[in-house]
Design a protein around this ligand. Structure first.
Ligand SMILES: [Zn+2]
Length: 129
């Protein structure tokens, strides 16, 4: 089995993200059967406003604003792919890593309304804003 590692750009995008979430991401990349990149960590209020206006998000209370969320992208053959089955595999790795690190996370793909496959965040309960 191939072991993947986070590239420089991915590491840079983890700047300002909560250390526990970084720990889960760093652990998950070693377990994942699919390579992934960090697409986004911290987000400014301006950017969140733009995403809201574009319909790409439904909230101004995003966990990205506080460093409690990351978006991961499945990376295959030099580009990001959006097929759900790839995100099930990434979610498996993230959940297993979170379990082993004893850190509570939520996967956006488990949300009933507006499921968000690339999105992972620390639990609101254990990590209030
Ligand atoms: Zn997100």
């Amino acid at each position: 089995m191939t072991t993947f590692y986070l590239g420089e750009r991915s590491l840079k995008r983890l700047d300002g993200v909560h250390e526990d979430l970084i720990r889960v991401v760093r652990h998950a990349i070693k377990l994942s059967s699919v390579d992934f990149s960090v697409l986004e960590g911290c987000r400014t209020v301006n950017r969140q406003q733009q995403l809201l206006e574009a319909g790409a998000t439904t909230t101004m209370k995003s966990r990205h604003l506080t460093g409690h969320a990351v978006d991961l992208g499945a990376y295959l053959c030099g580009q990001i792919h959006w097929d759900w089955p790839l995100y099930w595999q990434i979610a498996d790795a993230m959940k297993e890593a979170a379990d082993k690190e004893a850190i509570a996370i939520q996967w956006g793909g488990d949300w009933k309304t507006f499921p968000d496959g690339p999105h992972f965040e620390l639990s609101w309960q254990d990590y209030p804003p």
